[in-house]
Design a protein around this ligand. Structure first.
Ligand SMILES: [Zn+2]
Length: 100
């Protein structure tokens, strides 16, 4: 599949990424990383998110939850449990889990 790209050299396109969002952005509707091609959030994006949000917090959970909802609409052929694990399952426990 040939993508129609303007220009004939690398770096001629220009960055569409928003400020502070890095380059590891999701390519919808497939939800793969535009940078490394891994399932989004890719490992690089995950560490970037933790950095941006200062670790696991409510804001990061809300953001990923919103992404998860969108992904569920785009990837409705995938099980919800799998998507949930993919978007939220990687988050380190922030000490909220009580050992029994
Ligand atoms: Zn990536």
């Amino acid at each position: 599949m040939m993508a129609s790209q303007t220009g004939s050299g690398p770096g001629s396109g220009g960055a569409d990424a928003g400020p502070g969002s890095g380059t590891h952005l999701p390519d919808r509707p497939g939800w793969t990383c535009v940078e490394c091609g891994a399932d989004w959030p890719c490992p690089a994006r995950r560490s970037g998110l933790l950095d941006e949000y200062g670790g696991t917090g409510v804001a990061l959970g809300v953001y990923l939850g919103a992404c998860l909802v969108r992904a569920m609409g785009d990837l409705d052929h995938l099980p919800v449990t799998e998507l949930r694990q993919r978007f939220l399952g990687w988050l380190p426990r922030a000490g909220g889990h009580r050992p029994d």
